[in-house]
Design a protein around this ligand. Structure first.
Ligand code: NOJ
Length: 501
């Protein structure tokens, strides 16, 4: 059967600033990623997604791009990128890069040259042209010296492009080709439901991400992805794109993954579901019924790490639940996106001091929202050393690591069968062996309240979200479990893969 590589792929998100620092300036970089590729091969992932490493003043951690065709000196050089891609491919890993088409940096040459037709400039007055709020807090408009206002749905340093200008289309088609020519296997599209804004820019009642509103999800955006798909398909090797589409309605999600548009979009409903068998089952059913190729994701660089989210109302249960959710997710039809550090069981770092914080969300909300720094703390690689192996000796990481990270480091966990890291490695290796025998569908089985049982080919997957242990369905053997059984029963916060009879 001819299955594209991305359909069942395990993709590992590398938040480049926080993964590994080779240069010694306390910020992760491409050479750091390159040096750790064997770790990712051994972990058992199929692809990496690199967050933006392009030239940027870093008003939003690199999601404010000043030059889409170059590498910021903070992260290395174009040569470093090319070497990284060559090494990754040599190790059998694909490379997906981020593309940021909704907005640029205010340091982008077009913005600096005053090419206002390529951005969203409006006359206003003393007040902004409409009531839109920035996703990070405060008005989505900033006034320039001559009195006009420009739109920025994120930070003021991220002016939104005007996609009604043909020059913007041509520019992004060229940027796609630039990176495809350098061998990338795909793109992660930032704010994929953005780009177009409703004509007339009417006021909105609801300021939140809504799949379709004057701010997000305009129908015109789909023509952009149809064009992009043609470019992807014109290259050999099944190049792909995955869209960042925030919606809780799978029908909206499906609009982005029609056969002539993007291959995938993130399934944030899975990430947003509470710890509940009922909620999980609904997301699984809705997803499989509406989206041709499903994806599953529990954490990324914008949300509280799932280990910590699952502690809500259940202090101490987070890690077990996180491992159980991971095991369940791996057995669902489709592709899984992992976030760096989840394989170490890292928690959200919730007590970063205000003076350490860097996320514009913290500043634009006047400190009311903590922002996203807590899931971006540099990874611990070794159990000792000033930066736990993140930077060469002597350098201070850009966000402080808590002491608890030492015991969670890759070094401290390697070789310990009970560690989260070895559990991830075993699960990913076993899934790799199994995946070809799994049909792209699942069947639900009767299960006790609070639990989920489903079968896929030769495997039965069981998950207990309830508060009592449950009996296992009939099976031949246990392939893998996220924790020990108790007297043959599946305890709360535990999942397992069973070989069917
Ligand atoms: C989504 C990215 O994941 C996030 O980190 C960024 O702040 C916004 N898009 C704006 O680019």
């Amino acid at each position: 059967m001819d299955v594209p590589w991305w359909r069942d792929a395990i993709v590992y998100e590398i938040y480049v600033r926080s993964f590994s620092d080779a240069s010694g300036d306390g910020v992760g970089d491409l050479a750091g990623v390159r040096a750790r590729l064997p770790y990712l091969r051994d972990l058992g992932v199929d692809a990496v997604w690199l967050t933006p490493f392009y030239t940027s003043p870093m008003a939003d951690g690199g999601y404010d791009v000043a030059d889409y065709r170059d590498v910021d000196p903070l992260f290395g050089t174009l040569g470093d990128f090319e070497a990284l891609v060559a090494d990754a491919h040599g190790l059998g890993l694909r490379v997906i890069v981020d593309i940021v088409p909704n907005h640029s940096s205010d340091r982008h040459p077009w913005f600096r040259a005053g090419l206002r037709e390529r951005y969203v400039f409006r006359e206003g007055g003393e007040t902004p042209p409409n009531n839109w709020q920035s996703t990070f807090g405060g008005p989505a408009w900033t006034r320039v010296a001559d009195g006009q206002w420009y739109l920025h749905l994120f930070a003021p340093g991220q002016p939104d492009f005007n996609w009604r200008d043909p020059a913007v289309h041509a520019e992004f088609l060229d940027i796609l080709r630039f990176w495809l020519d350098r061998g990338v296997d795909g793109f992660r599209i930032d704010v994929a439901m953005g780009l177009y804004k409703a004509e007339g820019l009417p006021d909105v009642e609801d300021q939140s991400f809504a799949a379709v509103s004057p701010v997000w999800g305009q129908p015109e955006v789909h023509e952009v992805y149809r064009q992009w798909r043609k470019v992807l398909d014109s290259y050999p090797g099944e190049r792909m794109a995955v869209g960042e589409v925030w919606t809780d309605d799978p029908v909206d999600l499906a609009r982005y993954v029609r056969p002539d548009e993007l291959q995938q979009s993130f399934n944030f409903a899975w990430l947003q579901a509470p710890w509940s068998a009922e909620a999980f089952r609904k997301v699984i059913d809705d997803t499989l019924a509406t989206v041709p190729f499903a994806t599953w994701v529990l954490s990324n660089h914008d949300v509280v790490r799932h280990r910590t989210r699952y502690e809500v109302g259940a202090p101490g249960a987070g890690l077990n639940r996180a491992k159980a959710a991971f095991l369940t997710m791996l057995m669902l039809p489709g592709s899984t996106y992992l976030y760096q550090g989840e394989e170490l069981g890292l928690p959200e770092v919730e007590d970063l001091p205000p003076e350490a914080r860097q996320d514009p969300v913290f500043f634009q909300s006047g400190g009311k929202l903590p922002g996203r720094d807590g899931c971006r703390v540099p990874l611990p690689w070794t159990a000792v050393g000033a930066s736990l192996g993140f930077s060469p000796d002597g350098a201070r990481p850009w966000l402080p690591q808590p002491p608890a990270f030492a015991q969670l480091s890759a070094e401290a966990q390697t070789g310990h069968p009970a560690s989260t890291l070895e559990f991830y490695r075993r699960a990913l290796a076993l899934r790799r062996d199994l995946v070809r025998s799994l049909p792209y569908t699942l069947e639900w089985m009767d299960s006790p309240p609070g639990a989920l049982f489903f079968t896929r080919g030769p495997v039965t997957c069981v998950l207990n979200c309830g508060s009592d242990s449950v009996s296992l369905p009939s099976h031949e053997s246990v392939l893998m479990a996220s924790g020990p059984f108790e007297d043959g029963l599946l305890p709360p916060g535990t999942a397992a893969w069973l070989r069917r009879r």
